[in-house]
Structure formats: structure tokens, C-alpha cells
Design a protein around this ligand. Structure first.
Ligand code: NAD
Ligand code: MG
Length: 299
């Protein structure tokens, strides 16, 4: 591990690569290992302090991007993990398993497609069985496919985006709630797109508004069970979601240019807020949405 960690003081404008970037089309869902420059998921920097010791977390979208950064951080903070991703992302997932191997926690992988309700239930059941319980659910998986106009969005795409981003979250939470003890937390992944919609994300942006709504409803509903529910709303983050059809390639070249910090965020820069929301440090925080946007604030 390098001597620089998440606490080393640095200039956030130059801490990570700034645009321009190369065009780099990939087929969805894309792989982190094929991105240029490679994203930083905290592999060489995140230092844990046992803040999640003994906790049991299920993380979707855990092979790459924000989910990978969360997996690395949670493992180094002492949580056992069940990781979900798509079977075609096995190469990225193997890297994650390798990276957390020396953290001394259990790591289980349950690849599969969360667009399927039966699989979502099976995923939660496997997590509970493998880890002998479940007390943190982190919904990170998401689908984003830009289309210039509503005329270009097929019913199939609209359906797949809503299934991945909204229905799966509903199915996973519904399956998880009966297992969650008092003190458990659910963390969802919304987006700045819930508040400031790009015209080319006609199906994706409304799924993120739905996630904000579901987060608040669940938080209010589950408060008396002692379960907290929050969401993180990222701005532009350097992950495979974007070059694999999330944005046109000409937007990848200038990705992150328009936020005040002038660059995209790296997945590593999201990890600490998920850790905070998972631990008891955030005991009085529920029904909230936290922006991590490089200066494009939530309203
Ligand atoms: P990513 O591509 O690394 O992660 C998305 C993951 O979703 C994939 O790795 C894949 O495992 C998972 N996934 C997609 N479809 C699935 C399916 N049918 N079944 C199971 N898993 C599936 O990209 P990321 O940017 O880290 O995305 C993570 C979350 O962050 C998403 O919810 C995304 O909407 C959100 N987000 C990203 C950005 C950004 O700029 N990258 C901005 C705001 C919000
Ligand atoms: Mg991936």
C-alpha cells in the first residue's frame, strides 16, 4: 500500500486526472480493467480502522466503479461481504476478490442478473446463509444507456433500465427487510440526474428520481424497526458505466469538465460516505441523500 491514503491532504482539483480523455468505447456493462486511465477504487490508498468490524454487507455492482470502491473500503473496515455483479464481469470481480483477500474478512460472490425477481430473492437468501446474517445492504448496480430523444428509447430499453435501477432495488430491499436486525442500514445509489436531468438520459434520470423517492419512503417506514435508509447521489464519476454507452464518446473526452472541480470524481472518492452511512456513526441520519458531485450541488 502506498504512503498516500484517504487522509493525505491534497489539492482536489489536481488529485486525479482531468479531461481531455481518450475515446474508449466498450460494450455494456464494460470493464474497469479496460479503462484509460484506470479508475482509482482505493486499491492502493484506502486504509481501514475496523469501523465495520463484524458487520455483514451485501453489495450489488461490486465488481467495478463505485461498488468496487465500497467493497474494498468495507472489507478493510472489517465487514464480511457478499458481492453481486453480472457473470460477464467476472474478470473485474476476480480483481476485487484478490484485492480484499488479505483483509481477513469473508468474501462471497453471487453473480447474476438483478433484472430477475427470483434472482434478487436468491441473492439475499445466499447472503444471509453465507454470512450467517445481513445488516448492511448497498444497492449500487445500475444501467445507463444514453439516447438522443424519447423516439430512440425502445420499450425494451426503458423496461431494462427500470428493472435494473428501480425494480431490483425494490425486490432486494423487500427480500432483505425480514432479515435485517435493529441497527441495520440500507444505502442506495441515486444520482445528480435525479435533480438536474440530462436530456439524453430520458429513461435513466427518472429511475434515479424513483430511487430518491423509494429511499425516503423506506426510511420513514423502517424507522420504527430501527433500520436506517439513505442514498448517495454521485455527479460524474470515472467508471465503465459511462464509456460503455452511458454517454456519447465525445462527452467522455470532456467528462467532468463542467463541474467546479473541473474533473470527474474517482470511485475511491465515494467510499468514505458509504462507510459513514453504514456505521453507527451516522445513527441519527436517515431519509437523506448525500451529493458527491465535484461542486454541482443537490438542490
Ligand atoms: P459501474 O459500471 O462500475 O457499475 C455498475 C454496475 O451495475 C456494473 O458493474 C454491474 O455489475 C451492475 N449491473 C448492471 N446491470 C446489472 C444487472 N442486470 N444485474 C446485476 N448487476 C448489474 O458504474 P458506476 O458508475 O460505479 O455505477 C454504480 C452506480 O452509480 C449506478 O447505480 C449508477 O447509476 C450510479 N451513478 C454513477 C455515476 C457516474 O458518473 N459513474 C453518476 C451517478 C450515479
Ligand atoms: Mg462492472
Amino acid at each position: 500500500m502506498s504512503s498516500t491514503n484517504q487522509y493525505s491532504m491534497r489539492d482536489p482539483t489536481t488529485q486525479y486526472p482531468r479531461p481531455p480523455f481518450e475515446e474508449q468505447p466498450q460494450k455494456a456493462p464494460g470493464l474497469a480493467k479496460d479503462m484509460r486511465p484506470r479508475p482509482d477504487h482505493g486499491e492502493d490508498s484506502y486504509v481501514g480502522f475496523g469501523r465495520l468490524k463484524g458487520r455483514k454487507a451485501l453489495i450489488t455492482g461490486a465488481d467495478s466503479g463505485i461498488g468496487r470502491a465500497v467493497a474494498i473500503a468495507f472489507a478493510r473496515e472489517g465487514a464480511d461481504l457478499t458481492l453481486n455483479y453480472l457473470p460477464e464481469e467476472e474478470a473485474d470481480a476476480r480483481e476485487v476478490v484478490e484485492l480484499v483477500r488479505d483483509s481477513g474478512v469473508q468474501v462471497h460472490t453471487v453473480p447474476g442478473d438483478i433484472k430477475d425477481e427470483a434472482f434478487c430473492k436468491q441473492l439475499v437468501d445466499s447472503a444471509v446463509k453465507n454470512m450467517d446474517g445481513l445488516d448492511i445492504v448497498v444497492n449500487v448496480a445500475g444501467k445507463q444507456a444514453y439516447q438522443e430523444t424519447i423516439l430512440d428509447i425502445t420499450t425494451e430499453q426503458f423496461d431494462q433500465t427500470f428493472k435494473t435501477n428501480v425494480y431490483a432495488l425494490f425486490w432486494i430491499c423487500k427480500a432483505a427487510v425480514p432479515h435485517l436486525p435493529r441497527g441495520a442500514t440500507i444505502i442506495n445509489t441515486a444520482s445528480i440526474q435525479a435533480y438536474d436531468q440530462s436530456p439524453i438520459l430520458g429513461d435513466y434520470a427518472p429511475t434515479k428520481s424513483a430511487i430518491v423517492g423509494l429511499t425516503k419512503v423506506l426510511a420513514k417506514q423502517l424507522a420504527d424497526r430501527g433500520i436506517r435508509v439513505n442514498a448517495v447521489a454521485p455527479g460524474p464519476i470515472w467508471t465503465p458505466l459511462q464509456p460503455s454507452g452511458g454517454q456519447p464518446q465525445e462527452k467522455i473526452k470532456e467528462f467532468g469538465k463542467n463541474v467546479p472541480l473541473g474533473r470527474p470524481g474517482q470511485p475511491a472518492e465515494l467510499a468514505s460516505i458509504y462507510v459513514f452511512l453504514a456505521t453507527q456513526e451516522s445513527s441519527y441520519v436517515t431519509a437523506e441523500v448525500f451529493g458527491v458531485t465535484g461542486g454541482h450541488p443537490l438542490p
